[in-house]
Ligand binder design. Structure first.
Ligand code: PMV
Length: 310
């Protein structure tokens, strides 16, 4: 009985969500929460078991991969095991698409081509996200820190940042699962943009400048005020109406103790906004506040490895 295991990381977005869909620079970072796929041959049928709510996307992904590979995907048992929170902006759907493509690539003995895995995963992501920038699946495939910009023709300009300066004192806090999908949030921002192009272009471009400042910090080691950049990005994301009152309230409390925070991902408006990236020079103050307020902290290490066979 053949068995293959492939895993891929989750991600956070340091800066640039939404603005990247409109041509600005964003910084994506792979984190050490992983989704793992095990593929095993069985006598007949196709069985999918998942530790989290992803079997519908997995069925769609398998159908697409079968089409692209020219294979009838059958006589397989596929197990999905993940520590990446679902639908919270940590890249769980991209991780699924990438790891599944990687596992089936190995299973059907296709060449391990990272660009092909990324492109296949992007095709799958389009079902979930409509017009994804491609940043999620790119960072989940490549790992590490990624400078990413989508060009007007839809192609991506990206650079994996090696030799980067570590950003200390960042904490991921869960503000609750959004009611809306990424697709809905991206469409909402695009509608806002169409209603006042001058105003929203300027917001997108200010967010792009923040991404650039982070690049200068982590690549060129320029001094910047990390907290202030996160705070300004948060205020701009509020203008895009992607931060819910609940998440705004959490962020206000973080600011009251001298910290800063922003959403990481598409956000959400009606209830939660997914995970928040929070910063404090004395992170134990955030930990203490989170305990007091009963917020869930998701411990992560930034810069995890991309898709790999385990
Ligand atoms: O999938 P999420 O929630 O991490 O959102 C991705 C970031 C967006 O910029 C909102 C969309 C995109 O495709 O880049």
């Amino acid at each position: 009985m053949r068995s293959i295991s492939v895993s891929s990381p989750g991600k956070v977005i340091l800066a640039g969500e939404h603005a990247v869909v409109h041509g600005q620079l964003g910084i994506w970072v792979a984190v050490d929460k992983r989704l793992s796929i095990t593929v095993q041959s069985v006598d007949k049928g196709l069985k999918i078991a998942s530790s989290h709510d992803s079997t519908e996307l997995a069925h769609y992904a398998i159908m697409k991969i079968g089409e692209i590979f020219g294979e009838n995907i059958d006589c397989l048992e596929i197990n999905i095991d993940s520590t990446i929170p679902v639908g919270s902006g940590m890249g769980s759907s991209a991780a699924l698409a990438v790891a599944l493509t990687g596992a089936l690539t190995k299973y059907y003995k296709k060449p391990w081509n990272i660009d092909f895995i990324n492109e296949t995963a992007l095709t799958i992501e389009r079902k979930q996200h409509g017009t994804p920038s491609g940043g999620d699946n790119k960072v989940v495939t490549l790992g590490g820190f990624l400078k990413f910009r989508r060009q007007q023709d839809g192609t991506a300009e990206f650079e994996k940042i090696t030799n980067y300066r570590k950003i200390e004192n960042l904490i991921v806090i869960d503000s609750g699962k959004p009611k809306e999908t990424t697709k809905e949030m991206v469409e909402k921002v695009t509608e806002l943009y169409k209603s006042d192009q001058a105003r929203f272009s300027s917001i997108f471009s200010r967010i792009g400048d923040i991404s650039q400042s982070f690049c200068d910090y982590i690549i060129k080691k320029n001094e910047v005020n990390v907290g202030e950049l996160i705070g300004e990005n948060h205020r701009l994301l509020c203008e895009l109406e992607v931060v819910s009152p609940k998440a705004q309230d959490i962020i206000k409390k973080i600011e009251q103790v001298g910290g800063h925070a922003k959403i990481s991902g598409a956000g959400g408006f009606k209830e939660g906004s997914g995970v928040l990236l929070a910063f404090h020079k004395e992170p134990e103050k955030l930990q203490y506040l989170a305990e007091l307020e009963k917020w869930k902290i998701i411990p992560v290490t930034l810069g995890a490895e991309g898709v790999r066979e385990d």
